[in-house]
Design a protein around this ligand. Sequence first.
Ligand SMILES: [Zn+2]
Length: 342
Amino acid sequence: MRDDGAFTYNGGKVAPGETQNIRYGISETYLGDPVRIPVTIINGERDGPTAFLSAAAHGDELNGIEVVREVAHEWDLSDLAGTLVCMPVLNVPGFLAQQRYLPIYDRDLNRSFPGREDSTSAKRMAARIFDNFIAPCDFGIDFHTSTRGRTNMIHVRANMEHKGTARLAQAFGSNVIIAGKGSDGMLRTEATAVGVPTITVEMGEAHRFQRELIDEALAGVESVFAEYGLHDTSAVRWPGWRTIINDENEKTWIRADAGGIVDMHHERGSLVHEGDRICTITNPFKDDNVTVEAPFTGLMVGVLENPVVYPGNPLCHLVELEERVRRVVELEQSPDGDVVRA
Ligand SMILES: [Zn+2]
């Protein structure tokens, strides 16, 4: 909460012009030691909005950690107008175990917000994070990656019916925005519900630092800062083309109907046409191949990385593009398309 320009949380206060690196206790281990999340609070000398950046609510989703750390510790923020609350690792127990869920009963921290002090271990942790560092903000960005074994092209997930969230989503400047309210208990859903417009950024795969995606996300953060006047950066960026995927767009996770080893013929972000071969599922002898074709023309937003499947496992997240956008992407992805980027 801002009070005389200071950012206050339970047990502390960060005055204008001050930066604090803190380790904030959100739980206790079996040995009675504190479980503490790293938080960097940068309060600019100039007045402005308060924004949070968070990552690793799923403990093995690492790309966002580097995004948040670079903003907090490598950017020159001496001209910051407002306050930044940077939380590179929300799910500390999951991060230590390098797994998605909290190791305690495999709870999903990102379904436990806004949390409750007298409830489960996950909800108590969520409440400490939410009450102290999320609720006092004006908006926020929560970074995720695809689930282990799959990869995502960088995209934003946001409630586009909410004005504040839609503004934030557009400002990030990604090609793809997937519109939706999000599930109950998700950080972005619950923060938005209490008046802190929040988007999720999905980028790449778990267990990796993917430099090109990290750089793109940093450009997105810079663009958001420009939109809200937090930082004297260049203008809000326009990504060349943009599609907002909503209920009118066809979209599906294409699933394997056969178990086997997958030869994927396209990459994340590829445009495939109806009937194109997306992948081939083979047996150990390579003599009984199953070809999986695109059921409609669309963009491969998510793709399998670990090339083994049981029947029913997801192969690719395919989303339909509106005609105008599809043409632009087609030109961009054609061999001589680099000269026609809109
Ligand atoms: Zn996640």
